[in-house]
Design a protein around this ligand. Sequence first.
Ligand SMILES: C[S@@+](CC[C@H](N)C(=O)[O-])C[C@H]1O[C@@H](n2cnc3c(N)ncnc32)[C@H](O)[C@@H]1O
Length: 194
Amino acid sequence: MTGAFIDRAAPNGVPLFLRRWLAHPLRMGSVVPSSATLCKHMVRRGWPEGDGVVLELGAGTGVISRAFLDAGLPADRLVTLEIDPNLADHLRGTLRGVEVLECDARKLVEYLPERFQGRVETVICGIPLVLLPLAEQQRFVAAIAAVAPGRGFLLFSYCVTSPLPAGKLGLTAKREVWTPMNLPPASVWRYMPV
Ligand SMILES: C[S@@+](CC[C@H](N)C(=O)[O-])C[C@H]1O[C@@H](n2cnc3c(N)ncnc32)[C@H](O)[C@@H]1O
Protein backbone atom coordinates (compact mmCIF):
# COMPACT_ATOMS: atom_id res chain seq x y z
CA MET A 1 0.00 0.00 0.00
CA THR A 2 2.82 2.43 0.85
CA GLY A 3 3.60 4.61 -2.13
CA ALA A 4 0.25 4.04 -3.84
CA PHE A 5 -0.73 7.70 -3.58
CA ILE A 6 2.62 9.34 -4.22
CA ASP A 7 2.75 11.54 -7.30
CA ARG A 8 6.45 11.86 -8.10
CA ALA A 9 5.75 14.77 -10.48
CA ALA A 10 4.15 16.76 -7.64
CA PRO A 11 6.19 16.22 -4.47
CA ASN A 12 4.06 18.78 -2.60
CA GLY A 13 1.10 16.54 -3.36
CA VAL A 14 -1.20 19.23 -4.76
CA PRO A 15 -3.36 16.85 -6.83
CA LEU A 16 -3.64 14.43 -3.89
CA PHE A 17 -4.48 17.29 -1.51
CA LEU A 18 -7.22 18.49 -3.86
CA ARG A 19 -8.67 14.95 -4.14
CA ARG A 20 -8.76 14.59 -0.36
CA TRP A 21 -10.42 18.02 -0.07
CA LEU A 22 -13.13 16.87 -2.50
CA ALA A 23 -13.68 13.81 -0.29
CA HIS A 24 -13.56 15.65 3.09
CA PRO A 25 -13.80 19.43 2.56
CA LEU A 26 -14.45 20.40 6.19
CA ARG A 27 -11.82 18.08 7.61
CA MET A 28 -9.21 19.32 5.11
CA GLY A 29 -10.15 22.99 5.57
CA SER A 30 -8.07 24.08 2.58
CA VAL A 31 -7.93 23.24 -1.13
CA VAL A 32 -4.15 23.28 -1.48
CA PRO A 33 -1.16 22.70 0.84
CA SER A 34 0.41 25.62 2.73
CA SER A 35 2.65 27.92 0.72
CA ALA A 36 6.43 27.99 1.06
CA THR A 37 6.10 31.36 2.83
CA LEU A 38 3.68 30.03 5.45
CA CYS A 39 5.90 26.96 5.94
CA LYS A 40 8.90 29.25 6.59
CA HIS A 41 6.93 31.21 9.19
CA MET A 42 5.97 27.96 10.93
CA VAL A 43 9.57 26.76 10.93
CA ARG A 44 10.92 30.05 12.30
CA ARG A 45 8.37 30.19 15.10
CA GLY A 46 8.25 26.48 15.83
CA TRP A 47 11.98 25.78 15.80
CA PRO A 48 12.89 23.99 19.06
CA GLU A 49 15.32 25.80 21.37
CA GLY A 50 16.57 22.55 22.84
CA ASP A 51 17.07 19.10 21.36
CA GLY A 52 13.41 18.12 21.62
CA VAL A 53 10.95 16.77 19.12
CA VAL A 54 8.67 18.69 16.74
CA LEU A 55 5.18 17.24 16.38
CA GLU A 56 2.97 18.25 13.46
CA LEU A 57 -0.76 17.54 13.77
CA GLY A 58 -2.72 17.38 10.51
CA ALA A 59 0.34 17.19 8.29
CA GLY A 60 -1.55 16.84 4.98
CA THR A 61 0.99 16.19 2.23
CA GLY A 62 3.83 17.17 4.58
CA VAL A 63 4.94 20.57 3.28
CA ILE A 64 5.57 22.01 6.76
CA SER A 65 7.33 18.89 7.99
CA ARG A 66 9.50 18.95 4.86
CA ALA A 67 10.36 22.59 5.53
CA PHE A 68 11.61 21.60 9.01
CA LEU A 69 13.78 18.87 7.48
CA ASP A 70 15.08 21.26 4.80
CA ALA A 71 16.01 23.72 7.57
CA GLY A 72 18.12 21.04 9.24
CA LEU A 73 15.88 19.30 11.77
CA PRO A 74 17.02 15.66 12.02
CA ALA A 75 14.31 13.27 10.82
CA ASP A 76 14.37 11.37 14.13
CA ARG A 77 13.24 14.56 15.92
CA LEU A 78 10.10 14.97 13.82
CA VAL A 79 6.75 13.24 14.27
CA THR A 80 3.86 13.84 11.88
CA LEU A 81 0.26 12.85 12.46
CA GLU A 82 -2.54 12.61 9.93
CA ILE A 83 -6.08 11.23 10.12
CA ASP A 84 -6.49 10.60 6.39
CA PRO A 85 -5.04 7.18 5.38
CA ASN A 86 -4.19 8.33 1.83
CA LEU A 87 -2.28 11.34 3.15
CA ALA A 88 -0.57 9.25 5.85
CA ASP A 89 0.53 6.87 3.10
CA HIS A 90 1.96 9.81 1.13
CA LEU A 91 3.80 11.04 4.25
CA ARG A 92 5.32 7.61 4.89
CA GLY A 93 6.48 7.48 1.29
CA THR A 94 7.99 10.96 1.12
CA LEU A 95 9.32 11.85 4.60
CA ARG A 96 12.22 9.44 4.97
CA GLY A 97 13.06 8.53 8.55
CA VAL A 98 10.14 10.50 10.03
CA GLU A 99 7.65 8.83 12.37
CA VAL A 100 4.18 9.05 10.79
CA LEU A 101 1.18 8.44 13.05
CA GLU A 102 -2.07 7.61 11.30
CA CYS A 103 -4.79 8.59 13.74
CA ASP A 104 -7.16 11.26 15.00
CA ALA A 105 -5.13 13.89 16.87
CA ARG A 106 -7.55 13.58 19.78
CA LYS A 107 -6.08 10.07 20.30
CA LEU A 108 -2.51 11.36 20.25
CA VAL A 109 -1.70 10.07 23.73
CA GLU A 110 -2.50 6.49 22.73
CA TYR A 111 -0.55 6.61 19.47
CA LEU A 112 2.63 8.53 20.36
CA PRO A 113 5.40 5.90 20.64
CA GLU A 114 7.04 5.63 24.05
CA ARG A 115 10.42 6.81 22.77
CA PHE A 116 8.92 10.24 21.99
CA GLN A 117 7.08 10.66 25.28
CA GLY A 118 8.44 13.52 27.40
CA ARG A 119 10.46 14.80 24.42
CA VAL A 120 7.89 16.89 22.50
CA GLU A 121 9.10 20.48 22.51
CA THR A 122 7.04 22.09 19.75
CA VAL A 123 3.53 21.27 18.54
CA ILE A 124 2.42 22.60 15.16
CA CYS A 125 -1.21 22.31 14.15
CA GLY A 126 -2.94 22.86 10.81
CA ILE A 127 -6.23 21.16 11.69
CA PRO A 128 -9.26 23.41 11.05
CA LEU A 129 -10.19 23.53 14.74
CA VAL A 130 -12.29 26.66 14.19
CA LEU A 131 -15.02 24.51 12.62
CA LEU A 132 -15.44 22.34 15.73
CA PRO A 133 -17.66 22.84 18.79
CA LEU A 134 -15.98 23.93 22.01
CA ALA A 135 -16.12 20.44 23.58
CA GLU A 136 -14.15 18.99 20.65
CA GLN A 137 -11.66 21.86 20.71
CA GLN A 138 -11.14 21.06 24.41
CA ARG A 139 -10.28 17.46 23.51
CA PHE A 140 -7.59 18.62 21.07
CA VAL A 141 -6.12 21.05 23.59
CA ALA A 142 -6.13 18.34 26.28
CA ALA A 143 -4.40 15.85 23.95
CA ILE A 144 -1.65 18.37 23.17
CA ALA A 145 -1.24 19.29 26.84
CA ALA A 146 -0.88 15.59 27.73
CA VAL A 147 2.11 15.06 25.42
CA ALA A 148 3.68 18.52 25.70
CA PRO A 149 2.70 19.93 29.09
CA GLY A 150 3.14 23.71 29.40
CA ARG A 151 4.42 24.07 25.83
CA GLY A 152 1.32 25.38 24.08
CA PHE A 153 1.09 25.09 20.31
CA LEU A 154 1.19 26.96 17.02
CA LEU A 155 -1.91 26.96 14.84
CA PHE A 156 -2.19 28.49 11.42
CA SER A 157 -5.58 29.73 10.33
CA TYR A 158 -7.31 31.74 7.64
CA CYS A 159 -9.53 33.51 10.20
CA VAL A 160 -9.29 37.26 10.76
CA THR A 161 -9.67 36.82 14.52
CA SER A 162 -8.45 34.01 16.81
CA PRO A 163 -9.78 30.68 15.47
CA LEU A 164 -10.05 29.39 19.06
CA PRO A 165 -11.92 30.94 22.02
CA ALA A 166 -8.67 31.07 23.99
CA GLY A 167 -10.14 32.15 27.36
CA LYS A 168 -12.71 29.35 27.37
CA LEU A 169 -9.95 26.84 26.64
CA GLY A 170 -7.63 28.11 29.39
CA LEU A 171 -5.18 29.55 26.86
CA THR A 172 -3.70 32.86 25.85
CA ALA A 173 -3.66 33.70 22.14
CA LYS A 174 -1.12 35.73 20.20
CA ARG A 175 -1.08 36.29 16.46
CA GLU A 176 2.60 36.06 15.59
CA VAL A 177 2.42 36.81 11.89
CA TRP A 178 0.02 37.27 9.00
CA THR A 179 0.94 36.53 5.41
CA PRO A 180 -0.91 37.31 2.19
CA MET A 181 1.47 34.85 0.49
CA ASN A 182 -0.77 31.84 0.99
CA LEU A 183 -4.04 30.64 -0.51
CA PRO A 184 -6.00 31.87 1.34
CA PRO A 185 -3.95 34.46 3.35
CA ALA A 186 -3.10 33.02 6.74
CA SER A 187 -2.07 33.91 10.28
CA VAL A 188 0.12 31.96 12.67
CA TRP A 189 -1.29 31.94 16.20
CA ARG A 190 0.53 30.88 19.35
CA TYR A 191 -1.61 29.44 22.14
CA MET A 192 -0.14 29.03 25.59
CA PRO A 193 -1.67 27.62 28.75
CA VAL A 194 -2.68 30.34 31.24
C1 LIG B 1 -5.51 22.68 6.29
S1 LIG B 1 -4.90 21.01 6.09
C2 LIG B 1 -3.19 21.31 6.52
C3 LIG B 1 -2.25 20.35 5.87
C4 LIG B 1 -0.76 20.70 6.01
N1 LIG B 1 -0.38 20.84 7.40
C5 LIG B 1 -0.40 21.95 5.26
O1 LIG B 1 -0.04 22.93 5.92
O2 LIG B 1 -0.46 21.96 4.02
C6 LIG B 1 -5.54 20.18 7.56
C7 LIG B 1 -5.11 18.73 7.71
O3 LIG B 1 -5.56 18.26 8.99
C8 LIG B 1 -6.00 16.91 8.86
N2 LIG B 1 -6.94 16.64 9.96
C9 LIG B 1 -8.21 17.11 10.10
N3 LIG B 1 -8.75 16.66 11.24
C10 LIG B 1 -7.81 15.87 11.84
C11 LIG B 1 -7.77 15.14 13.05
N4 LIG B 1 -8.83 15.09 13.87
N5 LIG B 1 -6.65 14.46 13.38
C12 LIG B 1 -5.57 14.50 12.54
N6 LIG B 1 -5.54 15.17 11.37
C13 LIG B 1 -6.65 15.86 11.02
C14 LIG B 1 -6.64 16.88 7.47
O4 LIG B 1 -6.75 15.56 6.97
C15 LIG B 1 -5.68 17.77 6.67
O5 LIG B 1 -4.65 17.03 6.10
